[in-house]
Ligand binder design. Structure first.
Ligand code: SF4
Length: 465
């Protein structure tokens, strides 16, 4: 007698919403239940779920985890009506590296757990645009990317010099499933049918200079590589037992920009586009003017801090009143890096009679003063550097909030700021026009964070590596 086949693996997917009158709702499925099977099999993620739906005829099984009650229902060429809490149903694929510049390794303790998750999952790269290193891929992962055409993907290259890449990223041999996946040149070739947006985190004196030139040369030789973003290494004062790293000096930042601009010039002729885009931070560090908006070619890598300032400044200021009916003092609190740019941008509002406007450059006491971007300010930085009642209104960057919430990195909320600072506290807006509106009306914005900018690595969706 042949042994019984092992039971198919299940990956219960928590259901967040059931569309009224949908097949799932009609079968009695409710939010809080779990999807168990599609066409008799467990599904690992929302991509596999959607792929099954594309077959047209599907049968689904869901379970109430509290009572164990199950519902079985079908859908043919229609949406079953389910939404899920997570897009990954099995386990998030974690990184196999120990990059010397990793932001997760230099985070202070005590933040919410999700900020320490070292996501390196090609599925979240496809779904959300988070950067992956590819070093943790198995042969079946690579086949899946190609078979399902998971394009575009976002890849952290850092350098095309294999030895240098290994030295910078220090992958754990035991966590690497396929040694070939650690060879970036080979991987770029294997993923030739997939569009790739790439990034280089630059470390002064390590992968810049001629290494930068050579990597750009190499990446430009692939038609599927759409663009390269280069960002300076982000550092905190919480580096313990890690290799010594330092920030860019202005002269070094200028050297990066010089090389990048020379390459852009060539690419404009050869590819018809600039191909390489330095993050805003490089221009601020180098004290060089930012390119105009057109030079960002549609802002393909905005999330990497590439063009965020021009995107923010892009919308012209609305017509401004000459005076306010009721005088008010407004503080715009941001990181030290962005503060001078913001100060200049809001200067016309200082002409308004009755409006006292201050741009406050906050020191980052959470990560240390070496961290100067707005997106890494925590609630305690606001509470310790603004005095209670010293203004009528405080506007904060939406970038300091966990997406879709009013919660900051250290779990403090805007209500905590309101209570602690005894003033109105609102979100400033995603562009200059919105910010001006918030200053004048005191009504905050609730949009996707883009105002100011974050550095790489600490984003709720683990967007960057
Ligand atoms: S930077 Fe990204 S890939 Fe590197 S160790 Fe950290 S989480 Fe992993």
């Amino acid at each position: 007698m042949s042994p019984a086949a092992p039971p198919a693996a299940l990956y219960p997917a928590a259901i967040s919403h059931v569309e009224p009158d949908s097949p799932a709702a009609q079968a009695g499925v409710q939010a809080g239940w779990e999807l168990l099977r599609v066409n008799g099999e467990g599904v690992t993620d929302v991509l596999a779920y959607r792929r099954e739906l594309e077959r047209g005829e599907v049968t689904l099984s869901a379970r109430d985890p509290l009572t164990g009650a199950e519902a079985h229902f079908g859908a043919s060429w229609e949406d079953p009506g389910l939404e899920f809490h997570e897009v990954i149903f099995d386990k998030l694929k974690l990184c196999a590296n120990k990059c010397e510049f990793c932001y997760v390794h230099q985070m202070p303790k005590g933040f919410r757990k999700s900020l320490y998750v070292m996501d390196d999952d090609f599925r979240t790269s496809f779904l959300y645009g988070s950067f992956v290193t590819l070093t943790n891929l198995s042969e079946s992962d690579i086949s899946r990317i190609l078979d399902e055409n998971l394009s575009p993907l976002y890849v952290s290259v850092h350098t095309a010099n294999e030895d240098l890449r290994q030295d910078m990223m220090k992958w754990w041999r035991l966590k690497v499933k396929d040694p070939q996946a650690t060879r970036i040149r080979g991987m770029l070739e294997r993923l030739a049918p997939i569009d790739l947006y790439t990034q280089m985190v630059l470390l002064p004196g390590r992968n810049d200079g001629v290494h930068l030139d050579e990597t750009l040369e190499h990446l430009a030789s692939y038609d599927n590589v759409q663009a390269v973003a280069c960002v300076p290494v982000g550092l905190t004062e919480h580096r313990r037992n890690l290799p010594e790293l330092r920030p860019y000096t202005p002269a070094e930042a200028r050297d990066v920009l010089r090389r990048v601009h020379a390459f852009q010039k060539r690419m404009l002729q050869e590819r018809g586009g600039r191909f390489i885009f330095p993050s805003d931070e490089f221009y601020l560090l180098a004290d060089e003017p930012l390119p105009n908006s057109e030079a960002y070619e549609g802002f393909p890598m905005l999330e990497n801090g590439v063009g965020m300032i021009q995107d923010f400044l892009g919308d012209a200021l609305p017509t401004l009143p000459t005076r306010l009916d009721r005088p008010r003092k407004v503080i715009l609190a941001t990181g030290k890096l962005f503060a001078p740019v913001l100060d200049l941008a809001v200067a016309p509002l200082r002409e308004i009679e009755g409006l006292t406007l201050e741009v406050r450059a906050l020191k980052n006491r959470t990560f240390g003063e070496v961290t100067t971007v707005a997106g890494l300010l925590a609630g305690r930085d606001f509470l310790t550097q603004i005095a209670p009642g010293e203004a009528d209104l405080l506007l904060v960057s939406p970038n300091v909030l966990k997406y879709g919430t009013e919660t900051m990195l250290d779990e403090r909320t805007l209500d905590d700021l309101r209570a602690g600072l005894k003033m109105q506290v609102e979100v400033g807006g995603t562009n200059l026009a919105e910010l001006a509106g918030a200053i004048l009306t005191g009504v905050g914005e609730r949009h996707m964070p883009q105002f100011g900018f974050s550095t790489h690595a600490v984003k709720e969706a683990g967007r960057q590596h």
